[in-house]
Design a protein around this ligand. Sequence first.
Ligand SMILES: [Zn+2]
Length: 140
Amino acid sequence: MTCELCHGDGGVLLWQNGLCRVVAVDEPGLPGFLRVILNRHAREMTDLDETDRAAFMAVVFAVESHARRCLEPDKMNLASLGNLTPHLHWHVIPRWQDDRHFPGPVWAPARHDAPVPAARAAASAVMAASLAAALGPGDR
Ligand SMILES: [Zn+2]
């Protein structure tokens, strides 16, 4: 089986270092949805040595912090599933009480289809554009 995360960025590339990359995910109704994707193919967090595991999670937490600062969501969701694409990646998802799926996970059926508030969409674009500067050049 071909792995889509070994053969493509997996979204709009915002930042990368030698270990991993951060992409923006275009999901209607879910502004600010980001993924942190390991560059090489590995299935489970416990397949990484402690150094890489810690460095990978440090990027996840830096991305979460940046999204929180820029968007002030009601909640952040972090998820690592990989059932369909078993290549390590973390979903970093800002959530609002009025988003389409709240309080369910974003993969649950939508509860409504109201448009995303314009200010939130604009803030999400600013967040994505400033991510690379916030994360810096990376450590490897
Ligand atoms: Zn892969």
